[in-house]
Ligand binder design. Sequence first.
Ligand code: AMP
Ligand code: MG
Length: 385
Amino acid sequence: MRLVLSFFRKIDKAGFEGKRAGLAGMAYKRKGREMETRIVKIKDKAAVRDEELLEAAEVLRNGGLVAFPTETVYGLGGNALDERAAEKIYAAKGRPSDNPLIAHISCMEELSGLVREIPEAGKKLAAAYWPGPLTMIFPKKENVPYETTGGLDTVAVRMPSDPVASRLIRLAGVPVAAPSANTSGRPSPTRAEHVIEDLNGKIDMIIDGGQVGIGVESTIVDVSGPVPVLLRPGAVTMEMLETVLGHVEVDPAISGPVSKDVRPKAPGMKYRHYAPKADMTLVEGEMERVIQYINEETRKARQAGKTVGIICTEESRGQYPEGILEVIGSREHEETVAHNLFAVLRDFDRREVDCIFSESFSRDQLGQAIMNRLCKAAGYHIIKV
Ligand code: AMP
Ligand code: MG
């Protein structure tokens, strides 16, 4: 059996492409097949006990899928070293199988089981920000299946700080591949109810640990090359990375849409993401003008019979006489904006608005991650006023 597996691990690129076509077919076949999903509620997250997680750990060890809270968003976990578990993750999410998964670990010793080397930049960042909302890309070891890495020779690794996530991974005794626990293309889940909405009946278990803390996905930095490259902004900000590393490059795909023929460094970047069902427009400029523009457009859209959603802030909520308002947070405390962002997008899906207008934020510090997610949600439809 081991021999057969290692043969598959050595399949070349062409072999992998062939396998992928097979996988897509399998995902299709699985679609209609429902299963019972057990929901386990954690009473007190900070004081979570092993007994509450033993069963989930066993499901993971046996190749099953468990959604669990992390400090960023909810993750959909499976054994990162088991190619069939990775296939199940893609099938449950409806995710294209060339969009690689992040392997989650609970301690530094587990890192050496996944990566060929730990470059200096990786050591420094791990010392500064692990456990925490930071993912790093390393050259992968042979035992990490291409199903987990989307066919790449690198592997993405994160050590979460959430007590439930960390304890679950430790109890499972295997690294846990966990993309966000949403249907591919929908906003990432920040509450167990979001996971239930998308994945109930498709996975073995959901651990309900209440609301997550940060609300946007981890920062991703590629440390496998000569210069560290930021692939996705998150709560570990560019400024925080540069404090530790000095110069960090930024992947161009962060600031704009990627053309269909390009295979970007972070393959996830080429897919439509976080999309609310309604058409969304992001309005950038001086605050007074932004509010005026949104009010004018809302009036026109409503006259045309449309339902309009507006994403505003604590500071501006009194200034929109029409439309359905969602307060995303306070400009004075940008972490509240990150925290509520995906829930607001999901709320507008539920209310079935026809179009959404959103205010914008500064692009520094945490604002870089916030604007990155809002731009993607708007399909890069940005109006400068
Ligand atoms: P998610 O887990 O849904 O937050 O998405 C994982 C993100 O990590 C995707 O955008 C991937 O493209 C990125 N990622 C995972 N593994 C790699 C890798 N080996 N190289 C570059 N990006 C990666
Ligand atoms: Mg995701």
